[in-house]
Design a protein around this ligand. Structure first.
Ligand SMILES: *[C@@H]1O[C@H](CO)[C@@H](O)[C@H](O)[C@H]1NC(C)=O
Ligand SMILES: *[C@@H]1O[C@H](CO)[C@@H](O)[C@H](O)[C@H]1NC(C)=O
Length: 263
């Protein structure tokens, strides 16, 4: 027994140091976890900010608690299916977001909210995007890589392009896999860059018919109003004439006297 106490006493300094480093290590790991760099690899960028690499981690969701000075984030080759609203809120310095080679079928409205002023490069290539959601891209001025998605080209998509603020070069990446109308010949084509393609033809026809109906209705209303107006006026005029006729001779002589003065 005294042997053990002696041994402990002799090694107490070492034990203490060991314990100390253990505590320090736990603290370090804990710190890493809270700063969002547990699963991803974070590194400092020259000139400030961080680069966060989360590639090929089978992620199904975008990690939260990323360092707020993240400038580049690589989420490529994961299993993300959607980008929820405000996914990158709290990362006001983001310059580049790589979401390529995932399973993205949609980008929710407001997915990139708050990144408007900073974001320069957005890669959503090689995903499963079918419809272009204007509300997801709202406020972005970035260059976007939209290639290698099964885009469905229709009037909605064509109209959305009038309001989107992405760098024009990005639009070359929208190559149609399907289209509506089906037989307009844009499949396999970057139709936004092809002149004279109008996917809103069908829409315009319906609008034209609607216009015609409205105009016809309006025209009918005007005509019936005119008819009524004229009819009630002739009635009034007739009554007025009858009234004049019913008056005794004096107005007639007055009339003739005014005529004679005019003559
Ligand atoms: C990040 O968070 C820290 C601490 O909350 C804050 O002091 C700093 O200004 C933030 N940086 C940015 C770029 O928002
Ligand atoms: C866009 O993404 C595709 C496929 O991921 C890639 O091959 C291409 O180089 C990218 N284009 C640009 C301009 O970054």
């Amino acid at each position: 027994m005294p042997l053990l106490v002696g041994w402990l006493l002799r090694h107490s300094v070492v034990m203490c140091l060991l314990l100390h480093s253990l505590v320090l290590m736990t603290f370090c790991f804990h710190h890493a976890a809270t700063s969002g760099c547990k699963s991803c690899y974070c590194s400092d960028i020259e000139g400030g900010g961080k680069s966060v690499r989360c590639s090929k981690l089978q992620l199904k969701e975008i990690p939260q608690d990323l360092p707020n000075d993240t400038r580049r984030i690589y989420l490529d080759y994961n299993e993300l299916t959607t980008v929820p609203a405000n996914a990158f809120a709290g990362l006001p310095l983001l310059v580049e977001v790589d979401l390529s080679h995932n399973e993205l079928i949609q980008l929710e409205p407001g997915a990139f909210r708050g990144l408007g002023p900073s974001l320069q490069l957005l890669d959503v290539s090689s995903n499963k995007l079918v419809n272009f959601n204007l509300e997801a891209f709202e406020g972005l001025h970035a260059r976007a890589n939209l290639t290698n998605n099964p885009w469905h080209c229709d009037c909605d998509l064509q109209m959305a392009m009038l309001h989107v603020d992405l760098e024009p070069a990005s639009l070359a990446g929208i190559v149609c896999q399907t289209s509506d109308p089906k037989d307009i010949g844009v499949n396999g084509v970057a139709f936004l860059l092809a002149p004279d393609v109008d996917l809103c033809v069908g829409m315009k026809k319906t609008t034209d018919v609607a216009m015609l109906v409205v105009m016809f209705g309006w025209f009918t209303m005007v005509i019936s109003y005119l008819v009524c107006y004229v009819r009630s006026n002739t009635e009034d005029a007739r009554r007025h004439l009858e009234y004049l006729k019913s008056l005794p001779g004096r107005p007639r002589s007055e009339e003739s006297s005014t005529i004679s003065t005019v003559v």
